[in-house]
Write a new protein. Structure first.
Length: 371
């Protein structure tokens, strides 16, 4: 049974996510703005949840249509086959968003969609009310320029929540974004990766998980783990498949520095929770202590942005310091994410390549130096 599914993602990561889903044997993969559509059976649903490094979540697409009135919204939602998933006692709350649409009231949309689903299930199950005490089927809707997409979430907590980062530093980078940066930096081909402003260690940990092909969701559960549509045997088989794909790399090392001792302790704690503690070293050091050697490496960095006015000069000073110590060398490459439009001027030389990425709602550039 093939399902149409949707994987929302950070803007700028659609192509990377699309390639990942193709490697997972998903079919009809179609990257779009902020999401990737694809098809597959229950095994692909489980595989994508367990193995995707870049998707924010995995959703089943129930239907897509235009709606210009609440009456039209009600009728078209009611026409969808909700009984295919939702049982007589299951929970089915509704949430979503609307942009640039006639149907701009989120509470009204929620209420109308809920009522439409209830009416559909009343007809199919021939019961007057629903106790909603069973398995969770979170209904989600998106309405963009009057185009409605109706979805059911399969993931539960977002897929960026790998389970290793219960605590984070002051300005943590999202795990899915860190994984995308590691992919763009091709850390899988490197001997070591270094983050001289490591914070809670996310860039280093995601690099290690990718290099050793450890599935990011191998240690957690998902909303669809309880669904009848995806039997427990499929989840067991997909977890076994993921573990069989792991490739330990005892010689691959991650090195972290930070001026804050608490951040260093947090990096080491998070790495241990992620199962990569044996491949990481982290010590207290200033960015000015960074030195290159002939052994080479890949540097990944998410320096402080200076979002408050008094911090802007300090953030600029850090970028200048990076430019001084991140010297051009055939065995070294540097990948630095920053929202600063004048980054290259502060750094002291133009990037070999740039890529637009979003860190939360903040538009950034990944500045790449590899020549």
């Amino acid at each position: 049974m093939d399902l149409l599914m949707c994987a929302p993602c950070i803007f700028g990561v659609e192509g990377i996510l699309g390639n990942e889903l193709r490697r997972m044997e998903a079919q009809e993969v179609s990257p779009q703005n902020g999401r990737v559509l694809f098809k597959g059976g229950p095994e692909i649903l489980a595989r994508a949840n367990i193995g995707s490094r870049y998707a924010e979540r995995i959703q089943v697409v129930m239907g897509q249509f235009n709606a210009f009135s609440f009456e039209e919204l009600f009728d078209k939602v009611r026409a969808l086959p909700w009984e295919r998933f939702i049982g007589k006692s299951d929970r089915f709350p509704v949430k979503g968003w609307a942009l640039e649409s006639k149907l701009h009231s989120i509470p009204d949309c929620q209420s109308i969609i809920k009522k439409a689903v209830v009416e559909r299930l009343k007809e199919r199950y021939r019961i007057p009310w629903f106790e909603e005490s069973g398995v969770l089927y979170q209904i989600q809707f998106t309405i963009l320029k009057d185009e409605v997409t109706m979805l059911i979430d399969t993931s539960g907590p977002g897929l960026h929540k790998r389970g290793y980062r219960a605590k984070a530093g002051d300005a943590p980078i999202k795990e899915t974004l860190a994984a995308a940066i590691a992919d763009l930096a091709r850390v899988r081909n490197a001997a070591r990766v270094i983050d001289p402003c490591c914070g809670s260690g996310t860039l280093l940990i995601e690099s290690l998980l990718a290099a050793m092909k450890i599935a990011p969701g191998i240690r957690r559960e998902f909303a669809a783990s309880a669904w009848k549509l995806v039997p427990s045997e499929i989840w067991r088989m997909e977890r076994t498949r993921a573990r069989e794909m792991e490739r330990p790399k005892p010689d691959f090392m991650a090195l972290g520095n930070d001026i804050d001792s608490d951040s260093i302790a947090l990096t080491l704690e998070n790495a241990k929770k992620a199962g990569v503690g044996n491949n990481i070293t982290a010590v207290v050091a200033n960015i000015t202590d960074f030195k290159i050697d002939d052994d080479g490496g890949v540097v990944l960095c998410n320096p402080p942005y200076g979002e408050r006015l008094l911090d802007v000069k300090a953030a600029g000073d850090i970028i200048r310091q990076m430019g001084n110590v991140f010297k051009p060398h055939p065995n070294w490459s540097y990948y630095i994410i920053s929202p600063h439009d004048d980054f290259e001027e502060l750094f002291g030389r133009p990037a070999d390549k740039r890529r637009k990425l979003y860190n939360g709602m903040l538009k950034c550039q990944l500045y790449m130096y590899y020549r």
